[in-house]
Design a binder for this molecule. Structure first.
Ligand code: HEM
Length: 287
């Protein structure tokens, strides 16, 4: 059964408190994405749920959390565990998506009208194999010759489109890459050496706790060497199919927010199995 609205609003408040205290929005957004981004249309046809991957909550198991691409995310799990203790009716799968959506709002981004009531994967055997999430630079594990091809191979496998790839990459408008986690970024830059949150890493934007369209503007301009551009970020302006979307989002923040909400919702429901009728959050019922 889906959690009650009262429970979800309680959990939202609890998440906001943690976010305010720790400035941990980026890592929570990444946690939700890494639970979702393991989805495979083919595995769904072949094995069904939960081996299809996606928003099943399976990232909480050590077998999946220790995949190389998830370095640093056990910290995010530790940050939301107390919310699950306080609101056990919320599934882990819902909690990871809720933490991400609340984080985006807390950064000034759009409200995401999440649906809640996901069923949890419940054993380590339900974890997906390593290697389903995208790599940021060559050599690509799928043998793709370019970052753009690798992005398409990875996101098409999830059933997503070029537009989804570009707009979702815009989530890098917040957060940082750290050499000790992903191998990307510098130890610190002038924008990260004093925090907020734990210092260090390279950010894509100057105000890296603000959700806006700066990511697209900064990649297009590339005038500040202190800012990060991963090979896969550069691809959204280099590739002919991606570029029109990236140009549009650099020009028009409203268009970015509108499309972001749609694609984020799709991402948040990849592989989801609903327990009964989902609860739909809206700006009028969410507190
Ligand atoms: C397009 C393919 C993508 C690639 C190759 C990629 C790669 C990366 C890498 C290498 C990092 C640095 C991690 C670290 O060192 O801690 C990172 C961070 C991040 N990613 Fe992505 N990512 C992709 C898509 C996405 C998507 C779709 C989202 C969300 C919708 C997202 C959200 C984030 C956030 C918020 C961070 C910052 C985490 C932090 O500051 O702790 N990424 N990503």
């Amino acid at each position: 059964m889906a959690p009650s609205l009262e429970t979800v609003n309680g959990a939202r408040e609890c998440l906001r408190k943690t976010i305010k205290e720790k400035n941990c929005q980026p890592v929570l957004i990444r946690l939700g994405w890494h639970d979702a981004g393991t989805y495979s249309v083919e595995a769904d046809k072949e094995h069904g749920w939960p081996l299809c991957g996606g928003t099943t909550g399976s990232i909480r198991f050590k077998e999946e959390m220790t995949h190389g691409c998830n370095a640093g995310l056990s910290l995010a799990y530790d940050l939301v565990k107390h919310v699950k203790d306080e609101f056990p009716e919320i599934s882990w799968a819902d909690l990871f998506q809720l933490a991400s959506a609340v984080s985006i709002e807390a950064c000034g981004g759009p409200f995401i009208p999440l649906r809640l009531g996901r069923k949890d994967a419940n054993t380590k055997e339900d974890c997906t194999p390593d290697g389903r999430l995208p790599a940021a630079g060559a050599p690509f594990p799928d043998g793709a010759p370019t970052p753009a091809q690798h992005l398409r191979n990875t996101f098409y496998r999830m059933g997503l489109t070029d537009k989804d790839i570009v707009v979702l990459s815009g989530a890098h408008t917040v957060g940082r890459a750290r050499p000790e986690r992903s191998g990307f970024g510098k130890e610190h830059t002038k924008y990260t050496k004093n925090g907020p949150g734990s210092p260090g890493g390279s950010s894509w934007t100057v105000e890296w706790l603000k959700f806006d369209n700066r990511y697209f503007k900064d990649i297009k301009e590339q005038i500040d060497e202190e800012l990060l551009v991963l090979p896969t970020d550069a691809a959204i302006f280099e590739d002919e199919g991606f570029r029109p979307h990236a140009e549009k989002y650099a020009e028009d923040q409203d268009a970015f927010f509108k499309d972001y909400v749609q694609s984020h919702l799709k991402l948040s429901e990849l592989g989801a199995k609903w327990e009964g009728e989902p609860l739909v959050l809206s700006p009028s019922n969410a507190a």
